[in-house]
Design a protein around this ligand. Structure first.
Ligand code: CMP
Length: 148
């Protein structure tokens, strides 16, 4: 089925224009349609709100610090099975595991650490809708899908 997902290039990636270019190339090569994109810088409170489900985890402080440390690029991507396809292209969260199991994934190729892992992607239809409206409050995902 045609789906939308939220994809984010994190501050470690956006710090290097050549990596942004490479990542965007991989997005297009893998048949995603870029429906919306924007560059954005988070305040610490945006970071805390977006990742509130991780509050209390050992990596939470470094995660919210990192995600508000510089510019990011967010995309609404469309494709057949966009959610699982984007997650597969990213590879596992942990960079060591990414190297081991999916050496051609984005996180294996560009990720620096388990926190500075280059990209984010929604993990379900519900979280995609929630995360898309977090980054693109003016975009109506349900209406867009109905029109396709
Ligand atoms: P993301 O897919 O954006 O979702 C939660 C983020 O927490 C994750 O990517 C990583 O950037 C960060 N993180 C840091 N350490 C860990 C860890 N040990 N397990 C899961 N996520 C982690």
């Amino acid at each position: 089925v045609l789906q939308l997902t939220l994809a984010v290039l994190k501050p470690d990636a956006v710090a290097h224009p050549i990596i942004v270019e490479a990542l965007q190339q991989r997005i297009l090569e893998n048949n995603f349609i870029i429906v919306r994109s924007k560059d954005i810088v988070w305040r610490r409170r945006d970071s805390e709100k977006f990742y509130s489900e991780h509050a209390g985890r050992f990596f939470y402080q470094r995660l919210v610090e990192f995600m508000s440390s510089g510019p990011m690029r967010a995309y609404v991507l469309a494709r057949e099975d966009a959610i699982s396809s984007w997650r597969e292209l990213m590879g596992p969260t942990k960079v060591f595991r990414a190297h081991y199991t999916s050496p051609s994934s984005l996180r294996a190729q560009y990720g620096l650490t388990d926190t500075r892992n280059t990209t984010h992607g929604s993990d379900s239809v519900e979280s995609a809708l929630r995360e898309i409206s977090f980054f693109f409050p003016e975009f109506n995902a349900e209406e867009w899908l109905e029109r396709e």
